[in-house]
Design a protein around this ligand. Structure first.
Ligand SMILES: [Mg+2]
Length: 294
């Protein structure tokens, strides 16, 4: 029997000493706590202990499963993607986890989703740092609307970018280009500086090809690479600040569009970090004997 097959999520809470994300109750009536560090804890009468850490085997098996991104782009289409992931996990690891629980864990992971940046004074989210500088960025993405909106709220991106600045057409990358061109047309005045940042070069190139002539001269793109310190969030933030000064355009007059996945949000880090670790931890602790540690 697997107690993890009946995960019920309750709202997150604060517990001293552990950065708590989601709390659930297992079949023994214990609280199960999902920590920001990727570990899972159990709590019995106030006593909090980590469950057995996932070993390398569990970690790498789950990593492989999660990396098969067939399920990720539309994870909410239950019956297709999340179901698919849950089935693969059961088949490969013996952990019986409901699609609903996979979905909730995925959402919970995005509580830590905002990309961090060091501004020179302190660590902030990239979204906040850019806002604090005076920019009013658009969040620019494409795909399953429900999933994109869930990430937008769960991560806290909604605190920095209002709904009208959240451009999320359904469909493919050509819709992504179209929605930005439409927003520029709607504003009716060419901005003095148009900056677009994305981790997919094709998106930047497609946009550049389709820009009307009056915007080509003010367009600058930034190819964001989260794993390269000459193109990551820290680099981008300083580049952006310098660009606005160099072009003598104040931040509030810059039209800035920032991609969501792997730019404003550290999507891959969440998928292959906490989300993978939590699943691996559940795999490692699926046996009652191991769970009875606490
Ligand atoms: Mg992206």
């Amino acid at each position: 029997m697997s107690e993890n097959s009946e995960i019920q999520f309750v709202p997150k809470e604060e517990i001293s000493g552990v950065d708590v994300n989601a709390v659930t109750v297992d079949s023994f009536g214990r609280d199960i706590i999902f920590g920001e560090n990727g570990l899972i804890y159990s709590r019995t009468s106030g006593d909090i202990r980590p469950l057995v850490r996932p070993d390398k085997q569990a970690q790498s098996t789950v990593f492989e499963i999660v990396a098969g991104k067939y399920w990720y782009t539309t994870p909410f289409q239950i019956g297709a993607s999340t179901q698919n992931l849950a089935d693969t996990i059961l088949e490969r690891t013996g952990l019986h986890i409901l699609p609903h629980a996979v979905k909730e864990l995925l959402i919970a992971g995005f509580s830590f989703g905002l990309t961090p940046v060091y501004t020179g004074k302190k660590w902030l989210s990239l979204a906040q740092a850019v806002k604090d500088e005076g920019f009013n960025p658009y969040a620019w993405t494409v795909g399953d609307k429900e999933w994109q909106e869930t990430k937008y709220h769960q991560s806290g991106l909604s605190k920095y970018i209002p709904p009208e600045g959240f451009l999320v057409p359904e469909g493919t990358s050509s819709e992504k280009t179209a929605v930005l061109l439409e927003e520029l047309r709607r504003l009716n005045i060419a901005p003095p500086l148009l900056i677009v940042v994305d981790d997919k070069l094709e998106n930047l190139q497609a946009l550049e090809r389709q820009l009307p002539p009056d915007l080509r001269g003010v367009f600058t793109s930034f190819h964001f690479k989260p794993e390269n310190d000459l193109a990551d969030a820290n680099y981008f933030f300083h580049w952006l600040r310098d660009m606005s000064r160099e072009k003598k355009v104040s931040p509030e007059r810059v039209f800035l569009a920032m991609d969501v996945d792997n730019v404003l949000l550290r999507t891959n880090e969440i998928l292959f970090g906490v989300f993978t670790s939590w699943l691996a931890s559940l795999v490692q602790n699926k046996d009652n004997r191991v769970l009875s540690l606490s």
